[in-house]
Write a protein that binds this ligand. Sequence first.
Ligand SMILES: [Zn+2]
Ligand SMILES: [Zn+2]
Length: 376
Amino acid sequence: MSPELEHPQKAIGWAARVPCGVLSPFKFSRRATGDKDVKLKVLYCGICHTDIHNIRNDWGVTTFPVVPGHEIVGEVIEVGSGTEKTKVGDRVGMGCLIGSCGTCHSCLHHEENYCPDMVLTYGGRPYYDGSTTYGGYSDIMVVEERFTVLIPDSLPLAGAAPLLCAGITVYSPLRFHGLDKPGVHVGLVGLGGLGHVAVKFAKAMGARVTVISSSPEKREEALTRLGADSFLVSTDMSQIQAATGTLDGIIDTVSAVHSLLPLISLLKTRGKIIVVGAPDKPLQLPMLPMIFGAKGIYGSCVGGDEGDSRDDGLCSKTQHNNRHRISPYGLRQHGLGPPGQGRCQVSFRHRRREHPLVVASQHLSTFIVLLCRKTT
Ligand SMILES: [Zn+2]
Ligand SMILES: [Zn+2]
């Protein structure tokens, strides 16, 4: 059935039709707002690198047309009769998940993100009614209330969007692996979208933070702007050796193939590396230093309804939001639309001009037009 006629609520988004990285307007539909659903008007949507991977079919699994976007912030415009915490007018966010079975081991332990029947906000298996899922580069979302978070008034909406994927992706392993307290020394590898949010969370949790990067020019940003305690250049073996055995844990956000050996050497005995970046080729794991240091390596993927992640991570840390790394991309800024359409923004956390997301933003700027029309 045509995406426009599949459901009763009309929607419009920006879709990639082929893997060339270009988005264009796409009319589709959303399901009727069910008893436990909320419907929101999308106000901001972050650009996650996963969106870019999907648009380009980098992983070979994209089904076109794809409407990306899973760092979604909006205003509730309708609620079902069975909702419990949300009312019309609330500011809410939603992230990578829109469905899980609710009964498996993972779901019962607030780790819906590891549920074998989990449904992604877009780009994964169909929703339980068989329909294709479409993400937040669109005007409205309809989602089960349990997959939304309330956003406090003190948190700027644009700054909240990246917390819903990048934020929870680093927050969850910090919490789960006990790297969230004073007296703990955390290493953060990579100072991109994930890494800079991780620095702010870890500092807000009271940990001592060392940023590890292959880019010496990021030193000032790490120390001065983000408040890290120290900075190591990952390719400078003298710096690495001087810091040997100092870290309780490392969050590794790098998605390029890189050497784990220097990172392993930085760990204390029983230290652990938690990998949240996703290199497209296997990393070499030298076992001797792992064995002789009783060290561990883990993976971690976004986060679930971990209770405190909603109340603590997304709320009380508001003073540590990553507002300063949000670059607004507006219609008039790009000169692409007529004047007088009001203010419009999309959260955008990668600033380097050579970054592929910047290329994407040229296409996404039309998406911003859409948001602008719908929100003014
Ligand atoms: Zn993401
Ligand atoms: Zn489940």
